[in-house]
Design a protein around this ligand. Structure first.
Ligand code: SF4
Ligand code: SF4
Length: 454
């Protein structure tokens, strides 16, 4: 058995025989696929930075306001009461990721995952720019602390810290909105000390990940990578080495692979794609570009490493459809349609009316019984809403505690009211009652609860 095979089977490639870290010095990729990924990453980065500043229908485009339990996704507002609709959206997203993975493997990891985008398209590019390609970096890291090394390392880590702080602050805007962020930034630090410390902590984490931990996030931490074993099958399209064409490999063999190891040199996780589909492969396409260059020099057709399924390589047949992705597509379509229906059919307001805890009923003059209720109304629209509450199931009288029911756009109303019903109208010690919430004399929501009597 060859050494390379032993290593591949025995331990991750970025780990030495004693379990310690083996630094991966990946060669700078270049080629058709790398250019495509770079352009695509610009859009992702633009979206990441620009989304907190975008507005849609007067709302932020994205806002994950956990403190106010209000989420705005693509301009649609989800309140705490919309948890079910939000759960449907999340479920659709998870199913979409699963469906996409079953069909196209880890395309997400290579093209859209924030870890890959920031690592390969931001931090790694800065590193290439300051420290040079893999051989120079290796030499620099293992050489003495010369003035050149001190300057290069200082500039690099200063930029890494600066970018980590920027990422954290943009990330924060996704949760608190850009206006609140600007307000915080303009106020003295002691007024937001805990927030400031959290920003430092998260920035420190990003800096640690991108300057030191790097590809280990993908190979050791990310749960999505671990799911590949159960999600992928022989029809999944992944970055694959065409072993039928490449083997037997070597400079003087019939196989197209000349065993130049260039596909390993360029790999950011340090693996050898020729060993087959592996958990560590993030489908970054760097080895496709590198091998295509070798094939060009060797006068052989490109595509020895390419996007292909196991079935395509083995049997020369390619189809992306199988029973699993057909089933996932059907379930996804049903759940997403249900999500769209519930999103567009939800009422403009969300009402909760509950009898005040600890209070039963009060007996008044003329055989009139009263109950006390707490009412909460959330206005989900962008308009101020004058509201009125009426009892629609019985003849009864409502006495609201003071406040007029005018709710600002996206505002909340909370109050207490008394409901009076004559005893003869009650159907026992517990009577079902129904309220109607009106705006400009138009019924916009009904709410059922109970009325207790003697
Ligand atoms: S780059 Fe291509 S030719 Fe070279 S070892 Fe890898 S697969 Fe073989
Ligand atoms: S094997 Fe190829 S596609 Fe997979 S991570 Fe390495 S370079 Fe990227």
């Amino acid at each position: 058995m060859q050494d390379a095979e032993l290593t591949f089977r025995d331990r991750p490639i970025n780990m030495n025989e004693r379990g310690g870290r083996k630094w991966v010095y990946a060669k700078k990729p270049s080629g058709k696929w790398y250019t495509r990924r770079t352009i695509f990453s610009w859009f992702i980065l633009l979206f990441f930075v620009g989304a907190p500043f975008l507005r849609f229908n007067g709302n932020p485009f994205i806002l994950l306001d956990i403190a106010s339990r209000k989420f705005i996704i693509f301009g649609a507002i989800f309140w705490a009461q919309d948890t079910f609709i939000l759960a449907l959206l999340m479920l659709s997203f998870v199913l979409f990721v699963v469906l996409f993975t079953v069909t196209f493997g880890r395309i997400w990891c290579g093209w859209a995952c924030p870890q890959t985008i920031f690592m390969e398209m931001v931090f790694r590019k800065i590193e290439y720019l300051i420290e040079g390609d893999y051989k120079k970096r290796h030499k620099l890291d293992n050489g003495p602390w010369t003035t050149e090394k001190i300057i290069k390392k200082t500039v690099k880590h200063f930029l890494f810290i600066l970018i980590s702080l920027t990422i954290t602050n943009v990330f924060l805007m996704w949760f608190i909105g850009n206006e609140k962020w600007m307000q915080f930034a303009s106020e003295p630090i002691p007024e937001h000390l805990s927030g400031f410390l959290i920003v430092l902590l998260v920035s420190g984490f990003f800096y640690f990940v991108y300057s030191y931990f790097r590809e280990q996030i993908c190979t050791m931490v990310c749960p999505y990578g671990r799911m590949q074993g159960v999600l992928l099958d022989s029809k999944s399209v992944v970055v694959t080495y065409d072993y039928k064409r490449g083997e037997p490999r070597g400079a003087k063999t019939n196989g197209d692979c000349i065993d130049c190891h260039q596909c390993i040199t360029v790999c950011p996780t340090g693996i050898d794609i020729k060993n087959g589909s592996q958990l560590e492969c993030i489908n970054c396409t760097a080895c496709i570009d590198q091998c295509n260059k070798i094939m060009h020099v060797a006068g052989k057709p490109p595509g020895l490493i390419r996007y292909a399924s196991e079935m395509d390589i083995k049997e020369g047949r390619s189809t992306i459809w199988n029973a699993r992705n057909k089933a996932y597509s059907t379930v996804l379509l049903i759940i997403f349609s249900f999500f769209v229906y519930t999103l567009f059919s939800r009422p403009d307001i969300e009402t909760t009316i509950l009898r005040t805890p600890g209070l039963l009923f009060q007996e008044n003059e003329n055989d009139i019984i009263s109950n006390v209720y707490n009412i909460k109304i959330v206005n989900k629209t962008h308009n101020e809403m004058p509201l009125e509450i009426k009892l629609i199931s019985h003849n009864g009288e409502i006495k609201m505690a003071g406040n007029s029911m005018i709710i600002k756009d996206q505002g909340r109303f909370e109050s207490t009211f008394l409901l009076f019903i004559t005893k003869e109208k009650l159907s026992g010690d517990k009577t079902d009652v129904e309220f109607g919430i009106y705006s400009d004399n138009e019924l916009i929501e009904t709410y059922k609860t109970t009325f207790v009597g003697p």
